[in-house]
Design a binder for this molecule. Structure first.
Ligand code: FRU
Length: 505
């Protein structure tokens, strides 16, 4: 994403955006989207007195990244959302004149408090706003920005996005940044009152990856850092690796946070979709679960977004746990099951045909849950959004290596659309397998939004069939010895009522 402050010419503005958005066949119906206009990162995630609050980077005026506001929606079940009044509007002047960028919500002795990045020109600095008890009205602090410059004497690449928590009677904060010549980083600060911050130092820098020979490039800057404890004694540091024009992917460290330092043990990819699950944020809900959302950004052109009247979807909320392999395990929240309608079951047994069209399973809003057992060297491919002639189809592939141990999860999007302007690059990542070659596969199809979970490893992406009404078929093909242990599919109901949602509730 470019951070240009001018709107691309021809971009439609507020008038009619919500109506236009409703007519777009690629608009998801059970993933959260903005009423119209632009959406990017999830912000200020919290579960407050039984209500989930999802704030998000929002431009209600146009489907373009420009003068970003904070949109706001609430839910009691993480499935159905109510649009709330826009929470933050860029100032007419001052530190957030050009946008209220990403941040978090903290509970300051009962007062909901936002810490976000104010943008003015190309300066980004931490700002604060205090909320009313219902989290609907927000008052920016007169002292904004609460940190007036990045750390002195450090050549920083950027300085934005916040992770704030209470520890040992003080507030601590991480600000995402990069040190030129070194790599991405998260700067650690400390405060007694959220207003005056003392700089502690970089918690960790990207050269930790180079030093350790890690494969994933951690970018020149870390966006949206998120630090949380999980399981027994593991601290996870999530960040979105960024580099101008080339790098956009979410990664996480596992390791140990102690005192003023973070000692990493390993670096991993958070979602194999890369930029399609970007800038995630998480919160611990009142049931003790770690819930995470990410931004499923578009894979079509700015012009196509402009025509659609909306862009950017939120991922489904995910429950994140620590697997026995020391890696994060992700799954959509179980609450989603309330949207399941008719169930179609496919009989278990060995899959002997090279290709089987599952005629009973059709749709562009589907939840598919299957368990497959793969012999060494075997491959299973699940095609979704397939046209009757097979010209358009999106294929989820699971493969078990000949050694029986290593596996791969792959998403083939080459035929997902005949439109040459949309992104159809494949995606793939490592698939953990047990000795039995068992794959628990969950595939959620919601028009252009696709989320795949294979043995707890996620892969999110976007797809844009050119014949959306016909691209509703599902089929399975196999190479080698594959048994179907279970296959259930449900039509998913929409989470939003029909009709345009107000852009500016
Ligand atoms: C990540 C990001 C953040 C920034 C926000 C601006 O997608 O670039 O770093 O705060 O989006 O909308």
């Amino acid at each position: 994403m470019t951070h240009d402050l001018t709107l691309p010419s021809g971009t439609p503005t507020a008038e009619g955006l919500a109506e236009r958005a409703l007519r777009d066949p690629h608009r998801p119906r059970f993933h959260f989207t903005s009423p119209g206009g632009w959406l990017n990162d999830p912000n200020g995630l919290t579960h407050w007195n039984g209500v989930y609050h999802l704030f998000y980077q929002y431009n209600p005026l146009a489907p373009a990244h420009h003068r970003i506001h904070w949109g706001h929606a609430t839910s009691t079940d993480l499935v159905h959302w109510t649009d709330e009044p826009v929470a933050l509007v860029p100032g007419t002047d001052g530190p957030d004149r050009d946008g209220c960028w990403s941040g978090v919500l903290v509970d300051d002795g009962g007062v909901p408090t936002l810490v976000y990045s104010g943008r003015h020109g190309d300066r980004e600095l931490p700002c604060m706003a205090r909320g009313s008890a219902d989290l609907r009205d927000w008052t920016k602090d007169r002292a904004n920005p609460v940190i007036t410059a990045p750390p002195e004497g450090v050549d920083t690449a950027a300085f934005r996005d916040h992770c704030v928590w209470r520890e040992g009677g003080v507030w601590r904060q991480l600000v995402g940044s990069g040190i030129r010549g070194v790599g991405g980083t998260a700067f650690l600060y400390e405060s007694d009152d959220l207003l005056t911050w003392r700089y502690v130092g970089p918690l960790l820098t990207g050269d930790a990856a180079r030093n350790r020979g890690e494969l994933d490039w951690t970018g020149t800057m870390w966006e949206c850092v998120d630090l949380f404890g999980i399981g027994d004694g593991t601290d996870v540091l999530v960040f979105s690796a960024w580099d101008e024009g080339t790098t956009h992917h979410p990664l996480y460290w596992t390791g140990r946070y102690q005192g003023d330092t973070y000692t990493p043990t390993a670096l991993h990819r958070l979602d194999y979709g890369g930029r399609y699950f970007y800038a995630p944020q998480s919160t611990r809900d009142e049931h003790g679960r770690r819930i995470m959302f990410g931004w499923l950004q578009e894979g079509r052109t700015d012009e196509a977004n402009a025509r659609a009247g909306w862009c950017g979807a939120m991922s489904l909320p995910r429950v994140v746990t620590l697997g026995t392999d020391g890696r994060l395990h992700q799954a959509p929240v179980p609450e989603l099951a309330v949207l399941r309608r008719e169930r179609v079951e496919v009989a278990a047994g060995p899959l002997t045909e090279p290709y089987t069209r599952l005629h009973a399973v059709r749709g562009d809003q589907l939840d598919i849950e299957t368990t497959l057992r793969l012999a060494p060297g075997a491959t299973a491919r699940l095609a979704v959004r397939e046209t009757p002639d097979g010209a358009e189809r999106t294929v989820v592939e699971v493969f078990r290596g000949h050694d029986g141990v290593c596996g791969t999860l792959r998403l083939h999007r080459e035929a997902s659309s005949l439109d040459p302007t949309v992104d159809t690059e494949p995606r793939y990542g490592e698939l953990p397998l047990d000795d039995d070659g068992r794959v628990d596969l969950r595939v959620l199809v919601d028009h252009s939004a696709l989320e795949i979970f294979a043995n707890g490893r996620p892969l999110a992406a976007r797809i844009y069939p050119t014949r959306p009404d016909e691209a509703v078929g599902v089929g399975i093909s196999v190479v080698g010895d594959v048994a179907l242990e279970r296959f259930d599919a449900w039509q998913m109901a929409s989470a939003f009522a029909e009709g345009p949602r107000p852009l500016w509730p």
